[in-house]
Design a protein around this ligand. Structure first.
Ligand code: MSP
Length: 643
């Protein structure tokens, strides 16, 4: 059982103000908002910080290009970020800017403290600097002489600069990372950091001479230099709380979680803990790392013209449906493909056809047959009892997934609970029960159960779709206020309350056509030219919908009363292992399965096979009915994706 702390402080990275907010920034901020709302729902005292990163060479250059003073420039773009968030239903507690007076003051105090301890020194340095990354790169990081992230050659700088003795913290940091398995999530990013620390850690250059860059926080011990932008920016997480003795700092600092994208792992996973240790501050509790949204198979970039504007997407899908898609379709920690087509398909599948349909039909049938009110609950039969049990278990499972930072798995679970209620309605056929007076009690019980389960789903979905779920509560005759987590248990819907006439919450949408999508269009044409019509091609989007991962079978047993089935506990690099049923008992003993590294389809809808939950599929080759496990070399860790 994963434990949750009662106090929860979470941050987003602070965004550079040299570009406008895009869907990647929106994702990080929405995930953080959703996690905060869930933690609140579970009873935690939460604090959510976001903001903008406004110093450094990149920003000074962008301001110069726009022909305005840096301060005016950063004021404008910071405002864009600040104004964007309420449109996306983000409710942060604080928005920090690195140009805030209090922040600058905090950076100077911490620099002075570390300098006084003798851990900052001056030396001449020559190195390759990437302005895009705002850091010096090692030769080994370059690809064909270019920065791998920005595809430009870094510039050679030779100058006097101040250095922070980061190398002194290498052993300590490596030990912390090895000792604390949960410190960085998902685990493969922790492995990446451990790998980086196998090379000698260099001291960190923390200054820029004013002769080259004026736009920054002046070093408190040398007026000829400004502070390196990452040393300045990372400290926002503490300055925002009023380090060293502000009330918020005392209350929240020891509970700090950072959500970041994988592109800034090194700065957060190496520079930051060393800085904190040097400043005598407790290090963060957890670093939570997500992957990137890829657009039509490529990284988003201005030059490719594929940068997705969150406001345009919100206008098309609706804010809450956009939030749902982003959370549901990205396996946390991995990259994911962003297309309108995928977003609309997900919307139609999960929201319009599944959950929305459940709400509409249970409300409409109840209104029609019970004078516009929630029906009375009669005697529960086995079907209702099963559904109740599934929900009691499901609500806890969702909580566990959220606490384990797997929002995609929580939402997958919610979708499966919603399907179960729809199946329950289909099995009980309330429309047929409504024809016979003798079935009236049963009709009431079935509809009450459907409405009551819909109420629980509304509660579970509230952190992701706050506005839509508020509307859903009203359509279920409830108060607008969020349902308490303790009330997400069956049987608490009041019979007899009035149900207003429903308007569909999630009307079905048309999937955008291929013609309007230039990249797809190009692929279409290529295919047409090669007479490919007869083949049933799978688009890359179809393939990418499948989440293939490496798993390690931790244990395996035979399924009782079955000749064919084996049930394996599989480690997929997630907080909890998964249970997966396979039809391989005729070919493998449980002992032969155990400890194997295998391929797993990780996003198959969970099913029950002979009473055993199966949360994925282990892949075998099928040679005329003879199954052979597809082995993966042992050095590939569980959780690694396969594509
Ligand atoms: N200013 C630094 C962070 C300093 S934190 C002390 C920075 N800013 S950024 O504007 O470049 O944005 C950073 C964050 O935006 C990334 O870490 C990531 O969280 C998010 N994303 C940017 N592009 C992204 C995608 N394509 N997909 C998902 N998120 C990505 O780095």
């Amino acid at each position: 059982m994963i434990r949750m702390s009662d106090t929860f402080y979470i941050t987003t990275p602070i965004y550079y103000v040299n570009s406008h907010p895009h869907i990647g920034h929106a994702y990080t901020t929405i995930v953080t908002d959703v996690l905060t709302r869930y933690m609140k729902l579970f009873g935690a005292d939460t604090y959510f910080l976001t903001g903008t990163d406004e110093h450094g060479q990149k920003i000074a250059e962008s301001a110069a290009k726009s022909g305005v003073e840096p301060q005016e420039f950063v004021d404008q773009i910071s405002q864009e970020f600040r104004e964007m968030w309420p449109h996306l239903h983000i409710e942060h507690d604080q928005f920090i800017r690195t140009t805030d007076f209090e922040h600058k003051n905090c950076v100077q105090q911490i620099l002075q403290k570390i300098y006084d301890q003798g851990e900052i020194y001056l030396k001449e340095y020559e190195g390759l600097y990437c302005i895009g990354c705002e850091r010096f790169l090692d030769e080994a990081e370059l690809e064909d002489g270019n920065c791998p992230d920005h595809q430009n050659p870094p510039e050679l700088y030779k100058e006097n600069n101040y250095f922070f003795r980061m190398s002194a913290y290498q052993d300590w940091l490596l030990k912390e990372l090895k000792h604390n398995e949960k410190w960085v999530y998902p685990g493969r990013y922790r492995n990446e950091l451990i790998q980086l620390l196998k090379e000698p850690l260099q001291d960190l250059c923390i200054s820029r001479p004013k002769s080259r860059l004026k736009w920054g926080i002046e070093l408190p011990f040398d007026e000829n230099f400004v502070t390196y932008v990452w040393f300045d920016a990372l400290l926002n997480y503490a300055s925002a709380l009023g380090w060293p003795d502000g009330e918020n700092y005392n209350k929240y600092w020891q509970h700090v979680h950072h959500t970041i994208g994988k592109d800034i792992l090194k700065t957060h996973g190496i520079y930051w803990p060393c800085m904190l240790k040097a400043a005598g501050m407790p290090v963060f509790k957890k670093l939570v790392v997500h992957g990137h949204w890829i657009v039509e198979g490529s990284k988003m970039s201005k030059s490719l013209g594929n940068v997705v504007d969150p406001l345009a997407m919100k206008d098309q899908l609706g804010v809450d449906a956009l939030r749902y898609f982003l959370l549901r379709d990205m396996s946390f920690g991995e990259d994911s493909n962003f297309t309108e087509e995928l977003a609309v398909t997900r919307y139609n599948g999960d929201l319009a056809n599944n959950f929305g349909n459940l709400l509409n039909r249970s409300i409409s049938m109840s209104r029609k047959n019970f004078h516009g009110c929630v029906p009375p609950l009669g005697k529960a039969e086995d079907l209702e009892k099963e559904l109740h049990n599934s929900f009691v278990e499901g609500v806890q499972k969702c909580k566990e997934h959220i606490i384990a930072f797997q929002p995609h798995r929580a939402l997958e679970h919610v979708a499966s609970l919603s399907s179960q209620v729809n199946k329950f309605i289909d099995t009980c056929k309330p429309w047929a029960l409504a024809k016979e007076e003798k079935d009236r009690e049963r009709l009431g019980t079935v509809l009450y159960t459907a409405l009551d389960m819909a109420r629980i789903l509304v509660g579970l979905l509230d952190p992701v779709m706050p506005k839509k779920m508020c509307e859903a509560r009203v359509s279920l005759g409830l108060d607008e206020g969020v349902i308490r987590f303790d009330d997400l248990t069956p049987g608490l819907l009041e019979s007899g309350i009035e149900l207003p006439k429903p308007t569909p919450l999630f009307p079905k949408m048309r999937v955008p056509s291929l013609e309007v999508n230039p990249i797809k269009n190009h692929i279409e044409k290529t295919l047409n030219n090669s007479n490919a019509e007869e083949t049933e091609w799978l688009g890359i989007d179809d393939f990418q919908k499948m989440e293939l991962k490496v798993g390690r079978i931790k244990s395996c047993r035979k399924v009782e009363k079955s000749e064919k089935l084996l049930c394996s506990e599989v480690d997929l690099g997630e907080a909890c292992s998964r249970s997966i049923v396979s039809g391989a008992a005729e070919f493998y003993t449980p002992e032969e399965m155990t400890d194997r590294h295998v391929l797993v389809v990780a996003n198959l809808k969970p099913v029950k096979l002979m009473g055993h939950l199966s949360e994925g599929m282990i892949l075998f080759s099928d040679d005329n009915g003879k199954l052979v496990l597809i082995d993966v070399p042992e050095q590939v860790n569980p959780g690694v994706i396969v594509r």
